[in-house]
Design a protein around this ligand. Structure first.
Ligand SMILES: Cc1ncc(COP(=O)(O)O)c(C=O)c1O
Length: 507
């Protein structure tokens, strides 16, 4: 349909494009439909768009949603606002027949690209307390890493200098398989391991090889935000499954109507962000359900190693007898995140497509880093490093709890967790954790509001604080700042929700 009028274009032009069953927010669908109509010349340059009120009424959207979309498109140059007169289509590519066939500027993106258009600018981390997931880099680690890097670089091994096995170097995969068997009870052959650039890539590849648009996926609620972004980009239907004190509530998930999910995403050893471990009985229940319904389980085992040794439960993967578990691990937490090295342990059937997807994405992990990591593990440095960090992180957590208790007692409550790399500070029930996090960020303290990790199950407001990689002096200063900010709660109570995007990097 072509709109050639300077009066308001009929809103029905877009009605068909809004799919309320899609996991993609309606605002993004509307923005994408408008961009397409404008760049394909279906709305002439200069044509007046319907008023935001009329369009909102026609499409059954909140007016603020339409205003937000129009402002975004104006910022991108697709439309222009004239005070008092509304919004008009901007002049884009020359609307001749040739340009209709092959539009030039701005070039329409793929559907995937369109979905990522509104993802937001990714701000680099600033290293401020209490950013999550920072590693403590001690002198011993630096000295060892330098020595091993020099050793690897002075050798002539092709692995360090040339293209290698896309699945990962066999020596490193063997070492990882031995380590995982001993430390996490994972049962696998090295051939089932595909190295990744970290769990983030592991999750993206899982979505690529398992999900078609519209497929249902169970996601823990609350959850690690990146899985939601990845699934939204894959057009999956996200099914939030609440977490109780034993982790993912399998019975609650099973009670939900709807199609069988393709997979269930879970962090059983230390639920992110609430921190509890899934006991054996719940693990057995989850595995039985997955086997019965032929559902894959994606086990994100991101920092189990920092729990006290006696309290670590074996991985789900090791308990699984039906071959349903995809186990994802990462050296980001265990050693340091800039390595960009992780591993996926896959059921036999999934190895080939997963390895191919990795190969297509970026061919392989750095051979140099793999060679150093192999020596780091084989020479016993890795085990010693984990032992040192376990003690260091436990001590840092006690230090933070001590500071919070001294300075913020009565304002927040803290759940005692078994070590790990972060904890949750609970705020009073009627506070907005987003507003509190925003006020703290303005004062130089970084926290993740619990509600940004929440899908639909309401919970007490709280702030997730990472304590690793931050010095004791920085912790003292930041707790002091928290005490000042939280002592003036005006404006922190029940404010409207802030934009989720600002939480993306840290959660
Ligand atoms: C729950 C959880 N899973 C996975 C990761 C992924 O880390 P990476 O991509 O660095 O391996 C993180 C990092 O913050 C995390 O918190």
């Amino acid at each position: 349909m072509t709109t050639r009028t300077t009066s308001a274009a009929p809103a029905t032009l877009w009605t068909m494009r809004l799919d309320r069953a899609s996991p993609l927010p309606l605002s993004r669908q509307l923005a994408a439909a408008l961009r397409e109509a404008l760049s394909e010349g279906r709305i002439d340059a200069g044509a007046r768009l319907p008023s935001t009120r009329a369009l909102a009424a026609e499409l059954g959207l909140a007016r603020s949603t339409v205003v937000g979309v129009f402002e975004q498109l104006a910022a991108e140059g697709y439309i222009a606002g004239r005070p008092g007169s509304g919004y008009f289509a901007a002049a884009l590519a020359a609307p001749g027949p040739a340009s209709r066939a092959a539009p030039l500027a701005p070039r329409p993106l793929s559907r995937y690209g369109e979905r990522l258009r509104d993802y937001g600018r990714l701000a680099p981390p600033q290293g401020r307390p209490f950013e999550l997931g920072r590693a403590d880099i001690d002198n011993s680690l630096i000295a060892t890493w330098k020595r091993l890097a020099a050793r690897v670089l002075s050798g002539r091994s092709s692995i360090a200098w040339n293209y290698g096995d896309p699945q990962g170097e066999p020596a490193l995969r063997r070492t990882i398989a031995d380590y995982l068997a001993a430390a996490r009870g994972v049962r696998c052959r090295p051939e089932q391991i595909v190295l990744t650039s970290g769990t983030q890539q592991g999750l993206s590849l899982v979505a690529q090889v398992l999900i078609d648009p519209g497929d249902a996926v169970w996601v823990e609620d609350p959850c690690y935000r990146a899985i939601v972004d990845i699934l939204e980009a894959a057009e999956a239907k996200i099914v939030p499954v609440p977490v109780d004190k034993h982790g993912l509530d399998v019975a609650a998930g099973a009670r939900r109507q709807g199609p069988t999910p393709r997979f269930a995403y879970t962090t059983p050893s230390r639920q992110y962000p609430l921190g509890m471990a899934m006991p054996l009985a719940r693990r057995a229940m989850l595995l039985d359900w997955a086997a019965q319904h032929a559902v894959w389980i994606v086990e994100d085992d991101y920092e189990s190693e920092f729990q006290a040794p006696g309290q670590m439960l074996p991985s789900l993967q090791g308990l699984d007898r039906a071959g349903r578990v995809i186990y994802l691990g990462t050296f980001s937490k265990l050693v340091f995140p800039s390595l960009r090295l992780g591993y996926a342990v896959l059921p036999e059937d999934l190895v080939a497509p997963f390895a191919a997807a990795r190969h297509l994405a970026d061919r392989q992990s750095s051979g140099l880093i793999q060679a150093i990591m192999t020596e780091f593990m084989l020479d016993g440095h890795f085990a010693r490093h984990l032992k040192r960090m376990r003690a260091c992180y436990a001590e840092r957590q006690h230090f933070l709890i001590d500071q919070l208790t001294r300075r913020l007692d009565g304002m927040i409550e803290i759940d005692r967790v078994e070590s790990g790399m972060y904890l949750t500070a609970w705020l009073p029930w009627d506070w907005s954790d987003r507003a509190t996090a925003a006020a703290l960020a303005a004062a130089g303290v970084s926290t993740v509001p619990l509600s940004s990790a929440t899908l639909e199950t309401p919970r007490r407001p709280g702030l997730v604080l990472g304590y690793t990689g931050h010095s004791e002096a920085a912790i003292v200063r930041s707790v002091e700042t928290m005490a000042t900010v939280l002592a003036r709660p005006t404006g922190l109570i029940n404010l409207p929700k802030a934009d989720l995007r600002s939480d993306r990097l840290s959660a």
